[in-house]
Ligand binder design. Sequence first.
Ligand SMILES: Cc1cc2nc3c(=O)[nH]c(=O)nc-3n(C[C@H](O)[C@H](O)[C@H](O)COP(=O)(O)OP(=O)(O)OC[C@H]3O[C@@H](n4cnc5c(N)ncnc54)[C@H](O)[C@@H]3O)c2cc1C
Length: 477
Amino acid sequence: MEPVVIVGSGLAGLTAAWALAPAPCILITTGCLTGGAASMWAQGGVAAALGAGDRPELHARDTFVAGARYGDRQVIDRITSAAPEVVRELARLGVPFDRTPSGDFDLALEGGHGRHRVAHAGDHSGATITSVMSARVAGLPSVTVREFSTAVALTTYGGRISGVDVRDEHTGMVQHLSTDRVVLATGGLGGLFAHTTNPVTATGRGVALAARIGARTDDLHLVQFHPTALDVGADPMPLLTEALRGAGAALLADGRRFVDELQPRDVVAAAVWEQLTAGRRVVLDARHIHQLTERFPSVTALAAGHGVDIRTDLLPVRPALHFSMGGITTDADARTSLPGLWAVGECSRTGLHGANRLASNSLLEAVVTGKAAAASAATFDDTWPAYAGADPDSVVAATDSTDDPTVLAIVRATLDTHCGVLRDGEGLQRAIDELAPYAATSDAAYVGWLIARSALAHPDSAGAHRRTDEPVMAATA
Ligand SMILES: Cc1cc2nc3c(=O)[nH]c(=O)nc-3n(C[C@H](O)[C@H](O)[C@H](O)COP(=O)(O)OP(=O)(O)OC[C@H]3O[C@@H](n4cnc5c(N)ncnc54)[C@H](O)[C@@H]3O)c2cc1C
């Protein structure tokens, strides 16, 4: 068998490569091993029912409720049940999670969680976890790492994966890698929006690669806006972690509290947006938090880098695109609708997040799906049936995307304007019309167009998808 090709080296791709061993794989990634990965930026941590009195069923319930009751119950149960062992396994691999004096995991409280449930390594959990995993992977003889290599197209033969076209970022040359098994681990799509907390390289490439060859995608309109991105004119916007609000930071509009800060993100983001559009100045006040800089050293440094002192300053905030709940549709084995293609981490749509991700559930999802894909890819055979529900309508002729920065700028402005916290049909149609001319030649425009189309096709509000023109239900007797 040819080696599995894994595209992307954030936590999901690294986990897949690690779990595949000793089976060989080629890990290709746009930058260096951990560069460009949102996994490195995660501040909060990994949600798991590890605390006294907590249970996976409670974690599952919070996940379902935060997701506006739109998530897949079976998926939620499976992933939240796996969570405690995920954290323990990461700890065994060497992740130095914070501990209480008695040696238990120190668990943080974050919005939407009914319990202290987030295992963390200071406020730089993502970098710590991802660095441990990348060191593990780098030491594996079964993994061939190809840095500065970008997947630009997938190829199929007889309705199955047959290979990947990979561009060398140093030479610009495109080389075809022949393989019958590809794991997409390309991360999110926040970089398609002008205001985002994501690496600007997070442009939903995996969604484009998969959709262009007919793999099913779902819920692309369900994108989460983080309510508290630090509004200091930076791109991407520095994130003020949810854990700050969990520790007592207050949101103020023109000096007054206006929302319960610990409600799910969609609720808080919409409340912040309403205040901003009413012309009020919205700030996060963290000044009174005990041992603020000791507990939040990364946020302290991040803010200081932009001339803001979190001990003394009120922190100007606005919502910014943070996470994609939708993506490439997968089953419990992380299989997509296309035989030989798996999707893991944020580029996948597992059904865990419903219409709104619960805080700190995505590093968890990255590990669980990465392991599932590895187990499935290791035992891959020819019996994998194609999804009956594959959507031929979503297929646009495959092309070598141009990565044109001018087009990316148009996509970012268009989605920000018409596909933001609040949307309506007229704006969404405008977005579709503006992006359509570029969709065949630009993956960024193609994914933006798919997002807008999905949003237009869903006239009802659900979780993070808020339509201001949703039809009002006729009153029934
Ligand atoms: C600021 C911030 C804070 C966050 N905090 C938390 C948190 O506390 N807890 C939590 O659970 N989640 C958090 N998240 C979300 C979480 O970090 C991500 O959902 C998760 O890390 C995604 O992991 P991933 O492996 O799927 O993708 P990523 O970590 O983004 O990795 C994607 C990889 O794919 C590569 N790539 C992309 N396209 C290609 C291509 N065409 N060819 C080759 N390589 C490609 C990229 O270079 C990168 O290496 C946060 C996100 C952000 C942005």
